[in-house]
Design a protein around this ligand. Structure first.
Ligand code: HEC
Length: 266
């Protein structure tokens, strides 16, 4: 029922029935620069990517039920490894800017339950990014050093949290939390403290020293997946290992060397 309500909302939102809202002014350069985050991108850019795209809904990688009714090509991906997908995301964000702001300002996007609600500050950051022409900047990945978990985290954080962030409804991520977006320590804890998997109630997400027994790896390379649900990201047309081999390799090596806690984590 909820899905139907969303779909109706989306149709109304993007059929041209709803008018765009006034984006207001783009602030001066110094104010704009003050809203860049630690990855060197405007907070509004990061929020649009995370709250609208991020693996579900308005993401090029999201299919079927994981679009939650979002029209097929209306993708707002502003990060990712495929330059074509990102370029299309920027175009869409620019073309739909005032419509996006209309939905966000009025609180109908993101639909309740699919993403954490946006604060007034979040909304204003989005508005400013849109009002200033959606000038996307390339995120600078934090230097993971040589910790394989942190190397893998950078990719998983960008790819999986649209469904597995702890604040998102259980339906999106099958009840499996991977911690909080942007927080590597919370992902570490979520993996090692996960307990038996939901899929069969026995397999462990991470078995230290044993990558081939760890369900996390099986979900990404398809080996030993047995009857434990589908490949991740859910709805993916091909195994993640073909798309991001370095990330899967880093996860395997982290597990093989004992699934150690990153040094900076409490
Ligand atoms: C589009 C939404 C979506 C995305 C994106 C996604 N997942 Fe999932 N994930 C699910 C759903 C739904 C389930 C439960 C069904 C299943 O296991 O196939 C699930 C299950 C899992 C499980 C099994 C949990 C258990 O206890 O059985 C793991 C592990 C997992 N995902 C890891 C990942 C990783 C790692 C990524 C990123 C590479 C990812 N997922 C991206 C939706 C998603």
């Amino acid at each position: 029922m909820k899905t139907i309500v969303w779909i109706l909302g989306l149709l109304a939102a993007f059929s041209g029935v709803a008018c765009g809202a006034d984006l207001g002014a783009c602030p001066d350069a110094a104010t704009y620069a003050g809203a860049l985050n630690e990855q060197g991108v405007h907070r509004g850019q990061d929020l649009i990517n995370g709250a609208c795209a991020g693996g579900t809904c308005h993401s090029a990688s999201a299919n079927g039920q994981f679009r939650f009714g979002a029209p097929a090509t209306l993708n707002f991906d502003l990060s990712g490894s495929d330059p074509g997908v990102v370029a299309a995301g920027v175009d869409n964000v620019r073309n739909w800017a005032s419509h996006m702001w209309h939905e966000v300002e009025g609180g109908s996007m993101p639909p309740e339950g699919t993403r954490p609600a946006l604060s007034e500050q979040d909304k204003d950051d989005m508005r400013v990014f849109l009002a200033c022409g959606a000038e996307r900047l390339e995120p600078m990945a934090p230097d993971p050093g040589d910790d394989p978990f942190l190397v893998a985290h950078t990719t998983l954080d960008a790819t999986c949290m649209g469904c597995h962030d702890s604040s998102i409804s259980d339906t999106a991520g099958g009840g499996f939390s991977m911690g909080t977006r942007g927080d590597a320590c919370s992902m570490y804890t979520a993996f090692v403290d996960a307990g038996p998997a939901n899929c069969d109630g026995t397999r462990m997400i991470v078995v230290p020293n044993e990558p081939t027994q760890s369900l996390l790896v099986a979900k990404l390379d398809g080996v030993n997946l047995n009857a434990c649900g589908g490949l991740m990201p859910a709805g993916t047309p091909e195994p993640f290992i073909n798309q991001q081999p370095e990330a899967v390799e880093a996860l395997r090596s982290w597990i093989a060397s004992g699934a150690l806690k990153p040094v900076d984590c409490p």
